[in-house]
Design a protein around this ligand. Structure first.
Ligand SMILES: [Zn+2]
Length: 401
């Protein structure tokens, strides 16, 4: 399906202005100002450029979209499930990947450092190597005495150029940032100009290559309103080339259910090419599969709820978030069942509010229920926490996935 091209953004890979709709992500936040919850819905059409085949959200990200996506929830979402005993953590794997490129006395800067976990791992692993470490981000979440903090808008890195003239960067790091940025080529071009001649850039993004592990994408937050771009090995190679960079190393990993693409870039010596070649193996396969799977899981959940209601007068639903909202949009008969008190709603944070006029009870009350209660969220780390919380309860808590 082609989409109405008016009000759409240009492709940030090839600058064309022609999109084929891949899927529409329905995101949003609860307006909690009143007792009755109201959903402020955000719709993100994910398009594939008809010229170069890059996959990205096809509407422009306005300040008000950024505000509701990034400042509605103070807590950073957990990205990874807990690392099982005996396995390497995602950060240990990143460090192994970049270890050959860390030299004594290196100047290492993490763009979009967040809580600084990667930098702190580097600091602890390479104590004797006289490294200079710095973080660049909107906010200083690190609060470290040994890691310098530079405040910057990652979409406007040109403001930071002067900082690195006297001490260029030997290793720039940016993990799980590139998918959040408006213009990845601009971002990489800016970092390139801050690099020393033999410097490197380490990038990690969610891997939407067709050969990545894409079986369980519906249980991850890989498709997310904060993600503007969806990358494959091919599209990322194109973007790097257009930013005057070449790939020195590449690794595909899977952690939990999240496919990860790690690449190491350095400056190309010849004039950078501005010719755009079409992406041959793009992110469309992975994104389409995620949406098909998501709808299949919601359909299965709805059928399980129907069956449970044939055997019980009442059932419970635990977790009143985005997945719950979408389920009630896809299966509006659930609204009648909620209003008839056949379905009781439970949520820890939203307890005390109402939805379609029905009270939301605190999830701790599930412990003493005598009817089945379904976990609603698909996102695996959330369900992992729900399993931990409920393991001592005698109630019948069902993970439908
Ligand atoms: Zn394009």
């Amino acid at each position: 399906m082609t989409i109405n091209q008016e009000h759409l953004t240009d492709c940030k890979l090839c600058k064309a202005h022609s999109w084929e709709l891949v899927a529409t992500l329905i995101s949003g936040i609860w307006d909690k100002r009143h007792d009755e919850l109201n959903r402020e819905e955000l719709r993100f059409p994910i398009g594939q450029c008809t010229k170069c085949h890059h996959v990205q959200v096809a509407i422009p990200y306005t300040q008000s979209i950024f505000d509701s996506l990034y400042f509605s929830n103070q807590a950073e979402p957990d990205m990874w499930c807990e690392t099982p005993n005996g396995q390497k953590s995602p950060y240990e794997e990143m460090l192994e990947f970049i270890a050959p490129y860390i030299q004594d006395g290196a100047h290492i800067v993490d763009f979009g450092a967040g809580a600084g976990t990667t930098l702190k791992h580097i600091e602890n692993t390479h104590k004797e190597r006289q490294l200079t470490l710095a973080s660049v981000d909107f906010h200083n979440h690190i609060q470290s005495e040994t890691i310098e903090y530079l405040s910057a808008d990652l979409n406007k890195l040109e403001a930071l150029q002067a900082e690195f003239v006297t001490q260029p960067i030997s290793l720039a790091i940016s993990t799980h940032v590139l998918e959040h940025l408006i213009d990845p080529i601009h971002f990489l071009t800016q970092i390139r100009s801050m690099l020393s001649d033999d410097g490197h850039i380490f990038i990690e993004v969610p891997d939407c290559s067709p050969d990545a592990f894409i079986e369980h994408l519906a249980f991850t937050n890989l498709v997310h309103g904060q993600h503007i771009h969806y990358y494959s090995k091919d599209s990322l190679a194109q973007i790097a080339r257009l930013a005057g960079l070449k790939i020195d190393a590449l690794q595909q990993l899977t952690t939990g259910d999240i496919p990860r693409l790690l690449i190491l870039l350095s400056k190309t010596t010849q004039e950078s090419s501005t010719t755009v070649l079409p992406v041959t193996s793009g992110a469309d396969v992975a994104v389409v599969k995620r949406f098909n799977d998501y709808h299949a899981f919601q359909d299965s959940l709805f059928k399980q709820i129907q069956q449970a209601l044939m055997l019980n007068d009442t059932i419970g639903i635990w977790g009143i978030g985005g997945d719950f909202y979408q389920l009630t949009q896809s299966y509006p008969e659930l609204i009648d069942l909620i209003q008839a008190n056949s379905i009781i709603l439970y949520d820890y944070e939203l307890a005390g509010h109402t939805y379609v006029g029905s009270s939301i009870r605190c999830s701790s009350a599930i412990a003493s229920t005598r009817y089945p209660v379904f976990m609603l969220p698909l996102y695996a780390p959330t369900r992992e926490k729900m399993h931990q919380v409920s393991q001592s309860w005698s109630a019948q808590v069902i993970d439908p996935f």
